[in-house]
Design a protein around this ligand. Structure first.
Ligand code: 2HA
Ligand code: ZN
Length: 270
């Protein structure tokens, strides 16, 4: 059996959480990540018949039965993942009924998966329907996007269009746009269902006055998606109080669509 701390998925998770902390997106215990793992790969590192603990999921997700995830722990700091991955991370398997979770590795201090587990698992369910290659759900608190939810209309078309107009590459990176949830109580099944519902049509979901969810095929791509939206929000906050002299027009957006072979969300451009 190989050392799980050397597994590429583990190394990438440690690097990503460390990088997100360095970006200021994950103060204290802010943020959480779940990464869908390949069963055959997990078996190179763990005896999957050895279940350490079993938890109630708190919801039912039968379409995830038998799937393995690497998930950040509740109350854990991204800052500390690199120093104690076995305390701050866990490898989990969803049971056959989709209602329980088996711990195979990690949470070594007796801990548990993130409080946002419902939003993560329900989002995986929806994104896998759209894209069978989707492996990552990532949540964090980037300052500029968060700030923008205090001063910008939360209408999804308006919010998306503003972000697209802030950097030329935005429409190329997230042509599906950004969906937005109003403030809701976090850590609940309700916000989990609402987030997953928004995931049907976009890979980015803003939680107003809280943070953002991003999804993608791997950690790098998902990080880059949030990074691009956060950069656009930063530009918005730099210019929002100034007279607007120039912008990226819808005509120019259409040129970007053609040049990069992407299609903007229907109805979002004139
Ligand atoms: O505690 O970010 O949304 C981690 C969070 C909750
Ligand atoms: Zn949060």
């Amino acid at each position: 059996m190989k050392d799980v701390l050397t597994a590429p998925f583990m190394v990438e998770m440690i690097r990503t959480t460390t990088n997100m902390y360095a970006h200021g997106w994950d103060e204290r215990n802010g943020g959480n990540i779940s990464l869908l793992l390949d069963e055959a790969e997990v078996k190179e590192y763990l005896d999957v018949t050895q279940v350490l603990r079993t938890y109630e999921a708190g919801f039912s997700a039968p379409s995830l039965a038998g799937k393995y995830f690497l998930v950040t722990g509740t109350g854990k700091y991204f800052k500390n993942v690199q120093y104690a991955p076995d305390v701050n991370l866990g490898i989990l398997r969803i049971t056959g009924d989709g209602e329980h979770v088996e711990l195979l590795w990690g949470y070594a201090d007796g801990g548990k998966f993130t409080s946002e587990f419902p939003a993560h698992m329900m989002s995986h369910v929806e994104r896998l329907k759209v894209d069978p290659e989707n492996r990552v759900v990532m949540h964090c608190h980037p300052g500029n996007l968060l700030a923008m939810t205090y001063v910008h209309d939360l209408d999804e078309v308006q919010f998306t269009r503003t972000l697209w107009q802030m950097c030329t590459e935005c429409i190329v990176v997230f042509p599906d746009g950004v969906n937005v949830l109003p403030w809701m109580l976090c850590g609940t099944n309700e916000i989990g269902f609402a987030t997953a519902d928004k995931m049907k049509t976009a890979r980015l979901v803003v939680w107003a006055q809280h943070g953002i969810y991003g999804t993608g095929k791997d950690l790098d791509e998902t990080f880059g998606l949030i990074e691009t939206a956060e950069k656009a929000a930063e530009i918005y906050l730099k210019i929002a109080h100034l007279p607007l002299v120039n912008t990226i027009t819808d005509e120019q957006m259409h040129l970007l669509e053609q040049r990069f072979g992407v299609k903007a969300r229907p109805g979002y451009l004139n």
